[in-house]
Design a protein around this ligand. Structure first.
Ligand code: PRX
Length: 632
């Protein structure tokens, strides 16, 4: 084996040769004529001229060699169900869903919004869309009406696929009411809504708009829906993610580049083989769910576990029970979930036979050393931290186990992954930092490798302006994360440079939360910051200025206001975005030019030095926050 640094170097210096080889990991209907068309930077067109289909590579392709092998293993500890679909059965279900979508008018290029709990029909819907060249846009089930409405307006779906309800911790979480409210709020009205009725919650049906999936499926039990071959550059999906402004961005993914990137990552990073089982504990509403519950494992010919439920219910052994039962070889989770397990009885980890498991991958938020050590010792398996983003779709930093036998280092998600020309940039001067141990912004020199975002849906200009900086002769993508590289090429991630926060591995924009809170009638102004939390990594804390302070003069009134604001955020954005605390102040710390000093507020909340405060207009505003946050 050549050394990893040679492997990485080749992926950059002989970019086209490297990615031409990786392209052989998937099936093409028409071979591509160009590996990477980068004639219009920063827009990269991977595998131009080629035609393929993501669903073909995830499903149909495996019918030859492994039709009866497990493909999708659905486990719900919420409704006590376990259903296994072989590749043959998955193929049949995806066609039934595809035929149903077509019957509702969906055509190639149309958007289909998927607002669903973790049930097999959600996977069928995603695969059915890519099968017919429609573009899916999955919205996390934890989001509420206002979040959903903004995504409906941006993606303009022809059809929305949804369900009566999800379930969490044994409690039914109705979806349909939130969906109806979102459609009412949205300017764009989808022509049809396809409802999967799980029989969990009664819901109102809108005549002429809402269709019942069970009935449609019955009409299409044997309808054959061939894969539509699409250009490699045809969008496969959009997935909304938060940034600095209140308006979420639709990350747009292509087809060919994404399929190749996932197939290559399964080989070089995750080391998953056909016939084995992959278990990612994420949700299909997030990027990890797209890449590593649905497409990645299936493209690699692996069975994938789709788990609806909590990690500690019926008890904290449930994940390990699944690992034993399905002989999981590769597992993927997030540090917060591991911290939840760490609080439970460690005996659950030794109760099951985990010998099939080769490694546990963790991503989405910083992995603290105590958590990493605890899980590494408890499992006796390698724990591999990997760093990436919704935008990239697959890891930027990792130890690529398949091609690199280097050890991991605590606190580091590893080295630059092949294909990514990662550079640290000094924010003040814009120059590259080459010295080890210096803090800079993590950037990637264009073109981004295959599988990364093509653009922001419907807004090329926003894509360029948000992410790219032009340096003479080249363009550089910013991750908006601070980082440090050590002398061995290992990176350490130090948090975001923008107003994005990470609560329990969920990426949230503080501006969205501020906008929601501002809609409360008695709020004049509000600042939301992410504050370090032992369990969730970060929690959101809101500091608000009231219009009428007399209404929150007593502690009871303040608590009532806090409760109202939390409820408002729950209803508008969803419980994921709910601030952990809301505190009332008479003014917020700002610069003399009126810029909110969020970083200063955050530092004070975390008991850190707030740095240079010379530009601050009213120091008493910060003092109030200090007093409120001081340990009582
Ligand atoms: O700040 C980084 C953090 O999560 C952000 C991306 O979140 P999201 O778009 O939800 O994608 C998650 C895909 C796994 C990053 O900008 N982040 C992600 N992974 C890590 C991380 N921070 C530290 N260590 C990680 N391994």
């Amino acid at each position: 084996m050549t050394s990893y640094s040679d492997f990485h170097r080749r992926s950059i210096e002989d970019r086209d040769g490297f990615w031409r080889e990786q392209a052989a990991l998937i099936e093409w209907e028409t071979p591509f004529t160009q590996v990477c068309d980068y004639s219009n930077p920063p827009f990269a067109r991977w595998y131009a001229g080629g035609k393929t289909n993501l669903c073909h590579n995830a499903v149909d392709r495996h019918l030859k060699d492994r039709p009866d092998q497990n493909a999708l293993i659905f486990v719900s500890t919420e409704v006590d169900k376990e259903i296994i679909y072989s590749f043959r059965q998955l193929h049949a279900e995806v066609q039934r869903m595809a035929a149903s979508l077509q019957a509702l008018g969906v055509k190639k290029g149309d958007r289909v919004l998927i607002y669903m709990p973790m049930i097999p029909e959600a996977a069928f819907a995603m695969l059915a869309c890519t099968r017919i060249g429609a573009i899916h846009s999955v919205v996390f089930g934890g989001f509420a009406s206002v979040s959903l409405a903004s995504r409906i307006d941006d993606s303009q779906p022809v059809v929305i696929v949804s369900a009566d309800a999800g379930s969490r911790g044994g409690k039914v979480v109705p979806y349909k009411g939130l969906l109806d409210e979102a459609i009412r709020l949205a300017q764009h009205k989808p022509a049809r809504v396809l409802m999967v009725d799980r029989g969990l919650a009664a819901f109102d049906k809108v005549d002429g708009r809402d269709a019942d999936y069970a009935a449609l499926r019955q009409q299409h039990l044997d309808t054959v829906v061939p894969c539509t071959w699409v250009d490699a550059t045809h969008p496969s999906y959009t997935l909304y993610t938060s940034g600095t402004t209140g308006k979420p961005k639709g990350v747009q993914r292509d087809t060919g580049g994404y399929a190749v990137a996932l197939a290559a990552s399964m080989k070089h990073i995750y080391c998953g083989n056909p016939g084995e089982t992959y278990f990612s504990t994420s949700d299909i509403g997030w990027v990890v769910g797209h890449s590593y519950i649905i497409y990645g494992p299936l493209v690699a010919g692996m069975a994938t576990i789709m788990y609806e439920g909590l990690p500690i219910r019926p008890d904290a052994g449930i994940w390990w029970q699944l690992v034993e039962k399905y002989k999981v070889t590769v597992m993927f989770s997030a540090p917060t979930a591991v911290r939840v397990l760490k609080k439970q009885d460690p005996a659950y980890l030794s109760k099951y036979d985990l010998s099939s498991l080769r490694a546990l991958f963790l991503a989405g938020e910083p992995l603290d050393e105590p958590t990493a050590k605890w899980i590494a010792e408890s499992l006796g398996r390698p724990i591999i931290d990997n760093y990436w983003q919704t935008e990239t779709g697959w890891p930027i930093l990792s130890i690529c186990k398949g091609v690199d036998d280097s050890a991991t280092k605590f606190g580091s998600p590893g080295k630059a992954v092949y294909g990514y020309d990662v550079k640290l940039i000094d924010e003040a001067t814009g120059t590259e930092i080459t010295e080890p141990g210096q803090k800079g912004v993590v950037t990637v020199e264009g073109p981004l490798p295959p599988g990364c975002l093509q653009t922001v849906w419907g807004d090329d200009d926003r894509f360029v302006k948000t992410y790219w900086t032009s340096v003479p002769g080249r363009m550089v993508y910013s991750t908006f994360d601070w980082g440090i590289r050590d002398a061995d090429g290992y990176y350490f991630i130090l948090g975001r440079t923008d107003d994005v926060i990470n609560v329990a591995g969920h990426r949230l924009g503080t501006r969205e939360i501020e906008e929601s809170i501002s809609s409360h009638p008695n709020i004049a102004e509000v600042a939301v910051v992410g504050v370090a939390d032992q369990l969730k990594g970060q929690v959101a804390i809101a500091f608000a200025v009231l219009k009428d302070t007399s209404k929150a003069a007593t502690t009871a009134d303040a608590l009532k206001h806090e409760g109202e604001i939390m409820k408002l955020v729950d209803e508008q954005l969803g419980a994921v975005a709910r601030p952990a605390r809301v505190r009332f102040v008479s003014a917020l710390p700002k610069t003399r030019s009126g810029k909110m000093l969020r970083r200063v507020i955050q530092a004070v909340c975390e008991g850190r030095d707030a740095g240079d405060l010379s530009t601050m207009e009213d120091p008493s505003a910060l003092q109030q926050i200090k007093d409120l946050m001081a340990p009582k």
